[in-house]
Ligand binder design. Structure first.
Ligand code: ADP
Ligand code: ADP
Length: 229
């Protein structure tokens, strides 16, 4: 079975006062296999974040069907949400929570039983163990990203999604991210990441879908896709 199955996915943002409606996704069909590192590649404005935010349950789709780990997003919202963890692009964090508290809150939101919470382990995984008790407002941008990754992992999801994980990050953080992606993938986690860097997709991904103007314009193994370019 696939990790994710997307059929006829459409997203149209209402235009509001400032302009016409925006057809961000124009009927996406996409299967993402279990166990892969899958890249969503495309220029700015292609619809990558919209797609990911729909998978994460943060944006409501206009039409279509999304199945996550076998759970239909509409019929089994809770199970489909529990199957996926998302590291968002925006560095939104509650400034008055420490990393340890933020992970506790996140674990509570996902109903992780107290006995199964591994906050300190997860903080160590992302290299934040020294900052476990520091307020988020005192964390650097890089540390915030580490915390966002930790939050995405708190409920032990089958699928990890990273939205432009390396946009504007330094070499050390990039290395930490890739090391974790590889390690989690080896442990069986399906990884989906968006990027607009071809080299990054080439380095990290087994398979790639190229998104442009709200449509999938190519999808293949990384090797075959690069052969054709
Ligand atoms: P990305 O780096 O994914 O291209 P954008 O700059 O397109 O990010 O968008 C940043 C944020 O602003 C997103 O959360 C998106 O939902 C929102 N956004 C983007 N375009 C618009 C728009 N035309 N109207 C309202 N919100 C928008
Ligand atoms: P990408 O992540 O590939 O850069 P996005 O999904 O952020 O693309 O955006 C796709 C299109 O939808 C863009 O034209 C963007 O401006 C628009 N868009 C994104 N978010 C919103 C929003 N909240 N309201 C209106 N338009 C949006």
């Amino acid at each position: 079975a696939g990790a994710i199955e997307i059929r006829g996915l459409v997203k149209t943002y209402a235009g509001g006062r400032h302009g016409p409606e925006k057809h961000a996704l124009k009927g996406i069909d996409l299967d993402i296999p279990q166990g892969s590192v899958f890249g969503l590649l495309g220029p700015n404005g292609a619809g990558k974040s919209t797609l990911i935010n729909i998978l994460a349950g943060l944006v409501v789709k206009t039409a279509g069907r999304v199945t996550i780990w076998g759970f239909d997003q509409d019929r089994n919202p809770r199970q489909s949400r529990a199957s996926i963890g998302v590291m968002p692009q925006e560095l939104n964090l509650d400034p008055f929570f420490t990393p340890r508290e933020a992970l506790e809150v996140q674990a509570g939101l996902y109903g992780v039983p107290r006995g199964q919470r591994r906050s300190d382990e997860i903080l160590a995984l992302v290299g934040l163990e020294d900052k476990a008790g520091a307020y988020a407002r005192t964390l650097s941008g890089g540390m915030r990203r580490r915390l966002l990754l930790a939050k995405a992992l708190v409920h032990h999801p089958h699928i990890l999604v990273l939205d432009e994980p390396t946009a504007g990050v330094d070499i050390e953080l990039r290395a930490m991210l890739w090391e974790n992606v590889r390690r989690l993938n080896r442990a069986g986690m399906t990884i989906i990441l968006t990027t607009h860097y071809l080299e990054e997709a080439e380095e990290m991904c087994d398979e790639i879908a190229i998104i442009n103007e709200g449509a999938v314009v190519a999808r293949d193994s990384t090797a075959r896709l690069l052969d054709r370019l």
